[in-house]
Design a protein around this ligand. Structure first.
Ligand code: TXA
Ligand code: MG
Length: 374
């Protein structure tokens, strides 16, 4: 074990996709899953990084208490060190170890949405996690993922697990283990392959004030509407509604939201408008002009309009009436554009309601706020 961090940077890989993680019977598959989890947990305890599936995207985990372990996350991802990490826990006893207090509103949100894709920003217990996790803030972002493999891994590791999305910084978050491998093979300790993630976009990040108000710092699939069922009032961080390129735009409260994430290599723009016919006409015109210039074109569109587009790469975001499909498919679609060498891409906007707010938030970042309003 002594020379583990020297030249041998082979990334371990466990395929547990065949496992029925809801069954309780002691099948041979169960034994394989248990073995994989024990081995992956041992790597985490040894201060290594391990990628694992959650219900949102794959995370790159490390022992949140250890400076060296957390440093390996930043190094593998190439992540700016002023961007704090989310700490993942498997049960509420771990919460008390890392936070000072949980106000009533935060408690009610946990009861309603944990385990699940909601991250809560809470006052950190001094010394409980590495200062690299919190980037020096007095708060820590915590979530309990609704994913059997993630929960079992964290429990087996016996420590709070810091885990940002398991992609190189600036790439789309991974929704498949193969995405993790593309970005990080050779740079991390291991990958637990549990198949495709469910939601497809990162968790909602929110902060609950003691007055009962909740502020959404990063939109996700636990929507503002869902939070409002529990909290007295819900606001979204005003910085999320503004283009980062505007002068004097306020700094977002969630440090990660200020970076241009998820940008594909080619140039991507969004076409937005109330009139579907005008949107379709403009998307098609943009694609036709690009084809004429010799660009490799791509389009991300809803099923209602998809058949009307001609492009080299046509990617469905599902029907407009069921935007959870768009959330689930967006990142894989952006990666496919890169794989197939798209140089010019157009995406249709969707209404910024429900999970549509999170879809548009990520799409705007991918497009560097390049929007054509029709
Ligand atoms: O779904 C997810 O949340 C995934 C999976 C792996 O769990 N994780 C994830 O982590 O997206 P990451 O590190 O890529 O995103 C963390 C976000 C960033 O926007 C960061 O700025 C914010 O949470 N954040 C972390 N700690 C914070 C804090 N103390 N205050 C405000 N924002 C914080
Ligand atoms: Mg990320």
């Amino acid at each position: 074990m002594g020379n583990k961090h020297n030249d041998d940077r082979a990334t371990k890989y466990w395929d547990v996709t065949g496992t029925d993680t809801t069954a309780w019977g002691q099948t041979s598959q169960d034994t394989d899953l248990n073995e994989a989890i024990q081995e992956a947990a041992a790597l985490l305890r040894a201060g290594e990084t391990v990628a694992f599936p959650t219900e949102t995207v794959y995370g790159l985990g490390a022992d949140a208490r250890s400076n060296e372990a957390v440093e390996r996350i930043f190094a593998a991802k190439g992540r700016p060190s002023d961007n704090p990490l989310i700490v993942h826990i498997a049960d509420l006893s771990q919460l008390n170890e890392i936070v000072l207090e949980v106000n009533d509103t935060a408690r009610r949100l946990m009861e309603a949405y944990w385990p699940g894709p909601l991250t809560l920003v809470l006052p950190v217990r001094p010394g409980a996690v590495s200062p690299r996790v919190t980037a020096g803030l007095s708060t820590v972002a915590v979530r309990m993922p609704a994913h059997d493999i993630a929960l079992r891994l964290i429990a087996a590791a016996g420590c709070p697990v810091a885990a940002p999305s398991a992609n190189r910084s600036g790439r789309p978050s991974p929704t498949l283990a193969s995405h993790v491998g593309e970005d990080l093979a050779g740079l991390i300790g291991g990958i637990v392959d549990g198949g495709p993630t469910g939601v497809g976009l990162e968790s909602t990040v929110a902060e609950a004030g003691s007055d009962g108000t909740v502020t959404v710092l990063r939109p996700g699939s636990v929507t503002a509407e869902a939070l409002a069922r529990v909290a007295a009032s819900v606001h979204t961080d005003p910085a999320l509604h503004r283009s980062g390129r505007e002068e004097n735009s306020p700094a977002p409260r969630s440090p990660g939201m200020k970076y241009t994430h998820y940008a594909p290599r080619g140039s991507l723009r969004i076409v937005r408008g109330q009139d579907p016919e005008a949107v379709v006409a403009r998307v098609q015109a943009e694609l036709a002009a690009a084809e004429a210039r010799g660009e490799v074109t791509g389009v991300l569109a809803y099923d209602e309009h998809l058949h009307q587009y001609r492009a080299s790469i046509v990617i469905s975001l599902g029907p407009l009436g069921a935007l959870e499909n768009a959330a689930h498919r967006l990142y894989a679609g952006l990666r496919r554009f890169d794989e197939e060498g798209a140089t010019f891409m157009v995406a249709e906007a969707c209404p910024e309601e429900g999970v549509g707010l999170a879809v548009m938030n990520r799409l705007l970042k991918a497009a560097g706020d390049e929007v054509i309003d029709v």
